[in-house]
Design a protein. Structure first.
Length: 221
C-alpha cells in the first residue's frame, strides 16, 4: 500500500518513519510484480486520456491523493501532469512534494478537500478505497472528487474475490497481515461512481481471478 488510510492510521508518521516505509515497501519479488503491473495499467489509461483529449494534458494539474511517499510521482510527471500531493500525513506530503517539486496539502477527503471546484484535470487515487469501509464515506469522497475534478479520475478499489479473500484470511491467521481491507460486490463501485456524477470508462483487474484489486478510469459527466 502506498499511502495513508482514511482512518488516519499513518497521520503520525515521522520523517524517519516515512523513509523507512519507502525503503521497505515494494521491495519483495511479489511486490515488484504488482507495482510493475500497476504501472502498465496506469500508462494504458493515460493513453486513453490523451486520445480523448486530442493529444495530451501537458502541465495540467493532477491531484495525487493519497500520495504516500510519492510512489507514482515520476509516472505522473512523465505523463505531463503537474502533481499536487495530498495525504493525511504531513511527512508523507513532504516526501512526495520533494519529488514532484510542486504543491502539497494535508487533507481528509471525507471531510472536504481544500481546493476550488474543477481545479484538477486528473484525480489520481490508488490504494485508498479498499480502506474505506463505510459506503457513505466512499460516497462523500467521490462527491469531493467530482467537485474538484475537471474531467478524469484514475482510482483503484477491491472487488470481492474468493481466492484473494481466502489468502488474506490465511495470512491473518499467521500474523502476516494486520490490514483490514474492504472488498465490495461486483458493480457496486461503478454504481457509487455513477451516483457521484461519473461515467465509468474502463475497469481492469490487476490479475483476473486471483486478486481483488481493480483499477477504474472515470470521467466527469
Amino acid at each position: 500500500m502506498s499511502s495513508s488510510s482514511p482512518s488516519g492510521e499513518r497521520s503520525g508518521f515521522t520523517e524517519r518513519g516515512v523513509e523507512d516505509y519507502e525503503r521497505r515497501r515494494y521491495r519483495g519479488i511479489d511486490q515488484r510484480i504488482v507495482h510493475a503491473r500497476e504501472v502498465r495499467m496506469i500508462r494504458a489509461y493515460f493513453k486513453v486520456i490523451r486520445a480523448a483529449e486530442g493529444g495530451g494534458r501537458t502541465g495540467a494539474p493532477a491531484l495525487d491523493l493519497p500520495c504516500g511517499y510519492g510512489r507514482f510521482t515520476e509516472l505522473l510527471r512523465s505523463a505531463g501532469w503537474a502533481v499536487v500531493n495530498s495525504d493525511l500525513s504531513l511527512e508523507m506530503v513532504r516526501r512526495a512534494r520533494g519529488k514532484s517539486g510542486f504543491a502539497g496539502a494535508v487533507a481528509d477527503a471525507k471531510r472536504g478537500l481544500p481546493f476550488p471546484p474543477g481545479l484538477f484535470g486528473l484525480i489520481f487515487s490508488v490504494r485508498f478505497f479498499h480502506h474505506v469501509h463505510d459506503p457513505s464515506d466512499r460516497a462523500a469522497i467521490l462527491r469531493e472528487f467530482f467537485r474538484v475534478s475537471a474531467g478524469w479520475v484514475v482510482v483503484s478499489f477491491y472487488r470481492a474475490n474468493g481466492f484473494h479473500g481466502l489468502q488474506r484470511r490465511i495470512r491473518r491467521l499467521f500474523n502476516k497481515s494486520r490490514t483490514n481491507i474492504k472488498m465490495i460486490e461486483a458493480g457496486q463501485f461503478e454504481e457509487e461512481a455513477r451516483a457521484a456524477g461519473f461515467e465509468t470508462v474502463r475497469v481492469r483487474s490487476l490479475f483476473r481471478g486471483l486478486h481483488a484489486y481493480h483499477l477504474a478510469l472515470l470521467r466527469k459527466k
